[in-house]
Ligand binder design. Structure first.
Ligand code: A3P
Length: 288
């Protein structure tokens, strides 16, 4: 399949060539946002698809039809991916766009346009576990070999999409500069509807009880797992080998406890402390 073994390097980060070219990345880096755009920014496996679904339901006022009939990558296209030039609609109220790019690439353009940004972060231990399983499934990512060697690369920041630490610190650094809302996967898990309400307020889109009810129901893990427009089962097996697992894998908080050895955990904690130190986070996640 096309460019499955190709890696592109951009802004110091390696990215799968199946989804990115230098041209598509340059398109993203020079993109003119509109003030009504809403950008979902994430490091992979942090709850991107979940946020795409939540915002879809929010802007459809609880009508599940768009979420049930249009694939998530068309509803909220990734700015930097090959197909984005064609997939991005003209600016309209609440155009949804997704990105995994580092903050420094997009921040100046976002600032100029005064576009709104939702940054979703997740406990990096769970990100590492989820990303490892995703590497087994996604044929456009390198074979992860063992979990131990994958974890080493994750902590070194040599995995595709780059360092989790750099990504999170880069976007957190935009707190005073962008119109940005930080939210964690763990907050969504704890209180989906309450968190959606807060996001709705930030976006100037308060949610009525009916919308909230539909959102809570449709954006549950079980309902998204069974929705072919969000669970990636539409992707052919040459690109995602569905026999290796599901994109909608477990959807839980703290799965790292079933994967990390005590040594891996100690190494992770040390590295986390070195990188994040006393940095103020929008919400804490249990690291122990
Ligand atoms: P797991 O592999 O831990 O199950 P992304 O969309 O950023 O790639 O993130 C994918 C992760 O988010 C997967 O984590 C997936 O199961 C989880 N996820 C997606 N929708 C979810 C939901 N409604 N509830 C809980 N987790 C969800």
């Amino acid at each position: 399949m096309e460019r499955l073994g190709v890696t592109e390097t951009f802004a110091g980060v390696s990215l799968p060539g199946h989804l990115h070219t230098q041209e598509s990345l340059a398109f993203a880096a020079t993109f003119h946002f509109s003030p009504t755009d809403v950008l979902i920014a994430t490091y992979p496996k942090s709850g991107t698809t979940w946020m795409q679904e939540i915002l879809t339901l929010m802007f459809s006022r609880g009508d599940i039809l768009p979420a049930k009939t249009i694939p998530n990558w068309e509803r909220a296209p990734w700015l930097e991916q090959i197909y984005s030039r064609d997939a991005l609609p003209e600016p309209a109220a609440h155009r949804l766009i997704t990105t995994h790019l580092p903050a420094h690439v997009l921040a100046p353009a976002l600032r100029r346009a005064k576009a709104k940004v939702i940054y979703v972060a997740r406990n990096p231990k769970d990100v590492a576990v989820s990303f490892y399983h995703f590497h087994r499934l996604a044929k456009f990512l390198p074979d992860p070999s063992s979990f131990d060697s994958f974890l080493t690369q994750f902590l070194e920041g040599t995995v595709q999409y780059g360092s989790w630490f750099d990504h999170v610190k880069g976007w957190l650094g935009q707190r005073q500069l962008l119109d940005i809302f930080y939210v964690t996967y763990e907050e969504l898990h704890q209180d989906l509807c309450g968190t959606a309400q807060r996001i709705g307020t930030f976006l100037g889109c308060p949610l009525g009880p009916e919308t909230l009810r539909a959102l809570g129901e449709h954006c549950s893990f079980a309902s998204m797992r069974d929705n072919s427009m969000t669970n990636y089962t539409l992707i052919p097996p040459e690109i995602m080998d569905h026999s290796q697992g599901r994109f909608m894998r477990k959807g839980v908080v703290g799965d790292w406890r079933d994967h990390f050895t005590p040594q891996q955990n100690a190494l992770f904690n040390r590295r986390y402390q070195e990188e994040m130190g006393e940095l103020e986070l929008p919400a804490r996640w249990p690291m122990a």
